[in-house]
Ligand binder design. Structure first.
Ligand code: AMP
Ligand code: ZN
Length: 511
């Protein structure tokens, strides 16, 4: 049995504590033993450590992330990162009840595994240290207790979210540490900042081991720099969050302020591509998919040799961009919202067109199937790009509303477009976006895409969001509930990330 102190306060006398400890009282000398591994460091210089849980859909994710604060506060390191995806293939899509069963089956075991990866609590020479509230016992060894627990609160499927949330609450109470119940889409938007912090962490470790010289970017930040100035991309930046449940163009002004410039009117782009893929890819080949991310399979099917198959010419004008695609096989595809400049995405129409073509041509040849796969993706991705261009050219209707002037000014300062969410792992999407930005006069905008495992749902992005929120003073109350629909935009009716009940800010309380 392992023991963690209940509550944050350290017990005054060792006796009652020893009675509860493992290893039991016959081994009273544990607190003078030297444990291998890291030396204990004063609290102030130690990295922050969080255990994070993500369970909003079909992935059960548990992550341990540590991040420097104080000097060098941009550097982070993953100590544990595991994901188990429930098998929904027989339902040809995510079935909530199957996903919940998988969360329930795996989450506790994954937390136990993560606890074994907690940093060694190091040298414990005094009674004070031995009884310190920042130690948790795992398999009879003292380990560093996480400083807080992070979990996805929403948006997502209620029962799925609640499985993770309840486990996180239990851990926070047992360890006597704060709970951070965070927004899943905020986490996708912040992922590139996690990537830069992980890279800084890698460089820092390499320097320590004498493998590299200190570069300009590795100099510790000066004291008056805020974490926001140290981390990249700096605010403001634009994000395309494209996943199985979302298609959003977001202007991120700060940690908690993410304005939605365009969102899907109906189905999300990932969902649409998954549905098209099920009809385009021959059934025999589809059966070999090792999951329900059929859109990933569609990319491989459309371009079997990868980027060398692309042959893509970016449309130099809006008129070229909205041309109907007619390959001469008796079917056509019309680009979404070609008649309007509404700041929204519409994918159900293109989905319907593709499904109709496939229904009417059940014996379609492989080469023709490849063609429709390529052009379905092209039209969907150019539609994303069209709203991005409208935003950048400030001609979209989004600017007729609140904050018009401010958004226009901010957009001129934007130097980075982040593409995140599961669909961001599509290399053809990145190729199209780069091509269109270049040909339409936005070559100064850098495209940033997190590495594949951080593009789809993952625990690391949740842990990172917890880190940034924690450092900004935010904590969650223990009575918070999961939220199925949780708008990201602070101008939405619900007030965005901070508009929901359950947040408190310890920095504001202090001042
Ligand atoms: P998420 O909801 O962020 O976990 O992302 C999952 C969605 O991303 C699903 O709809 C996947 O099919 C989609 N997806 C994953 N890989 C790709 C890819 N290579 N191309 C397009 N969509 C993808
Ligand atoms: Zn997601």
């Amino acid at each position: 049995m392992s023991v963690a102190w209940l509550g944050a306060t350290r017990p005054r006398s060792l006796a009652p504590v020893l009675a509860r400890l493992s290893p039991p009282t016959e081994n009273l000398s544990w607190y003078t033993r030297r444990f291998s591994g890291s030396q204990r460091r004063p609290l102030s210089s130690r990295p922050l450590l969080t255990l994070a849980i993500e369970s909003s859909c079909d992935d059960t994710c548990v992550t341990l992330l540590e991040k420097d604060h104080g000097a060098g506060r941009g550097a982070a390191r993953l100590l544990f990162d595991k994901k188990i995806t429930s098998d929904n293939r027989q339902f040809r899509g995510v079935r909530p009840i199957t996903a919940v069963a998988s969360h329930t089956q795996h989450l506790a075991g994954m937390v136990r595994e993560a606890m074994r990866a907690l940093p060694d609590a190091g040298v414990m020479e005094t009674r004070d240290e031995a009884t310190s509230g920042d130690v948790v016992w795992v398999d009879g060894r003292p380990r560093r207790k996480p400083d807080f627990v992070t979990v996805t609160r929403g948006p997502g499927m209620m029962s799925n979210l609640s499985t993770g949330l309840n486990t996180a609450k239990g851990l926070a109470v047992a360890w006597g540490v704060p709970l951070l119940a965070v927004h899943h889409m905020q986490a996708h938007a912040l992922t590139p900042r996690l990537v830069s912090a992980l890279e800084a962490g890698k460089r820092k470790r390499a320097q320590k081991e004498g493998q590299t010289q200190i570069g300009e970017q590795d100099k510790p930040p000066s004291r008056d720099q805020t974490p926001e100035q140290v981390l990249t991309p700096a605010f403001p930046f634009l994000s395309l969050l494209v996943s199985g449940g979302h298609s959003l163009l977001v202007l991120s002004r700060s940690l908690t302020n993410h304005s939605i410039l365009a969102e899907a009117q109906n189905i999300a782009i990932g969902d649409m591509l998954d549905k098209c893929a099920r009809d385009i890819i021959p059934a025999s080949e589809l059966a070999a998919s090792n999951g329900v991310m059929y859109a990933a399979h569609l990319e491989r099917f459309a371009f079997p040799n990868g980027p060398s198959d692309y042959a893509y010419t970016p449309p130099p004008t809006r008129a070229e961009e909205i041309k109907i695609y007619d390959p001469g096989f008796g079917w056509k595809l019309t680009p979404p919202l070609s008649e309007s400049v509404d700041m929204s995405f519409e994918f159900a129409g293109l989905n319907g067109q593709v499904i109709k073509v496939m229904l009417e041509n059940p014996d379609m040849e492989l080469a023709e199937r490849r063609l429709i796969a390529q052009h379905t993706m092209r039209l969907a991705f150019e539609h994303l790009a069209s709203r991005l261009l409208l935003a950048l050219s400030k001609s979209g209707v989004a600017y007729e509303g609140k904050g018009k002037g401010e958004d226009s000014t901010l957009l001129r300062d934007v130097r980075t477009l982040v593409v995140a969410g599961g669909v961001a792992s599509n290399r053809y999407l990145m190729h199209i976006l780069r091509g269109i930005l270049d040909v339409r006069g936005y070559s100064h905008i850098e495209l940033v895409c997190p590495p594949l495992p951080l593009c789809t749902d993952n625990g690391a992005m949740i842990a990172w969001t917890g880190m940034e929120m924690y450092e900004a003073g935010w904590r969650s109350e223990l009575d918070v509930l999961a939220i199925k629909k949780w708008p990201l935009d602070p101008n939405s009716e619900d007030g965005g990330i901070l508009g929901v009940p359950g947040w408190k800010n310890v920095e504001e309380t202090k001042s």
